[in-house]
Design a protein around this ligand. Structure first.
Ligand code: CP
Length: 331
């Protein structure tokens, strides 16, 4: 494996192999597997889980890492191609990233969507431009419309608690005070489809995932025997559900228009996941969220603190799943 950028780059069987390696490493630690190896982590955006779990993963495998947060103690990096660099950025990623890659054995990059132009973000224009100048093994730490590390950890979490392959998986929009990216919902709907689940995307008017993302998930479902559909009807979506995965994301009909987005979500405060959402779901329906989460805006305390919630297990699996990725890339 040379790159870990998108679960769609791998067959279902290759992902199952990766998850088997993650479980093996959990039971049989290999504290020298990556001795002498160095991972460079470049974060254009904030993180808690991704930042900490990659550093800890490298340490547990005997390697080490360094972290660059451009503009915070290092030069601000420009990523736009053709930019006239007379602003704050002193260096372009076309020099900065190859330099960092030359010090490391692998690089991870987090670069969220610009959130202005949906076409630009769906094409992963910025991330692809950065990836093109890195010749070392590369990991996507969250790009405009993808978060493969989160998706792999979530797949492992579903396996850990023995959620059946064909179980009903509901990805629901959740309320948030601001516009947030579509990377996690895009990665999640694809992951559940590739796992072979019955996937339902539940979202209000104006928040449908783009057809490119839904079509990609439907192609994965066709290959795995799963299915993907969408609805605005909460009780129909949740009927018989085995998993409710909540995520906040921005309006796709008002992409790049924060005032239009805000007007849409002004009446959506009831899209805060509460225990009564689970009426009609399977009795042991689990609740998932990638974190961070705004309590009592996106998800009520009663759900996050209740027995359905497996959000901490998901977050822990960021470490166990990524150790398998690091092992495959570098061991
Ligand atoms: N879920 C996730 O990627 O968390 P961080 O943004 O804290 O890394």
């Amino acid at each position: 494996m040379k790159r870990f950028l998108d679960l769609a780059d791998f067959s279902r069987e290759e992902i199952l192999d990766l998850l088997a390696l993650a479980r093996h490493l959990e039971q049989h630690p290999e504290p020298r597997a990556l001795a002498g190896k160095i991972l460079g982590l470049v974060f254009f955006n904030p993180s808690l889980r991704t930042l900490a779990s990659f550093q800890v993963g490298m340490m547990k495998l005997g390697g080490s890492s360094f972290v660059i947060t451009p503009g915070q103690g290092t030069w601000q990096l420009e990523s736009r191609l053709g930019a006239v660099m007379n602003g704050a950025a002193a260096e372009h990623v076309r020099e900065g990233l190859p330099v960092l890659a030359s010090y490391a054995d692998a690089l991870g990059i987090r670069a969220f969507a610009e959130g202005k132009d949906l076409r630009h973000d769906l094409a992963e224009t910025n991330f692809k431009a950065m990836a093109s100048v890195v010749e070392k093994p590369l990991i996507n730490l969250e790009s405009a419309v993808n978060h493969p590390c989160q998706a792999l950890a979530d797949w492992k979490t579903l396996d850990d608690i023995a959620v059946p392959q064909r179980a009903k998986f509901v990805l629901s929009w959740a309320n948030h005070p601001r516009v947030t990216p579509i990377a996690v919902p895009a990665a999640t709907v694809h992951m559940a489809a590739q796992r072979g689940m019955e996937v339902v995307v539940l979202r209000p008017e104006g928040f449908a995932l783009p057809p490119e993302i839904m079509d990609k998930a439907r192609a994965a479902a066709a290959a795995s025997g799963g299915s993907v559909r969408e609805t605005q009807d909460r009780s129909e979506a949740l009927a018989g559900a085995h998993v409710l995965y909540a995520k906040e994301w921005g309006s796709t009909t008002h992409y790049g228009d924060s005032a239009g987005d805000a007007a849409l979500r002004a009446n959506l405060a009831d899209w805060c996941v509460r225990e009564d959402w689970f009426t009609g779901a399977a009795a042991d329906c689990k609740f998932m969220h990638c974190l961070p989460v705004r309590r009592n805006v996106a998800v009520a305390d009663e759900v996050l603190d209740g027995p359905r919630s497996i959000v901490l297990r998901e977050a822990h699996n960021r470490l166990t799943a990524q150790m398998a990725v690091l092992h495959r890339l570098l061991a």
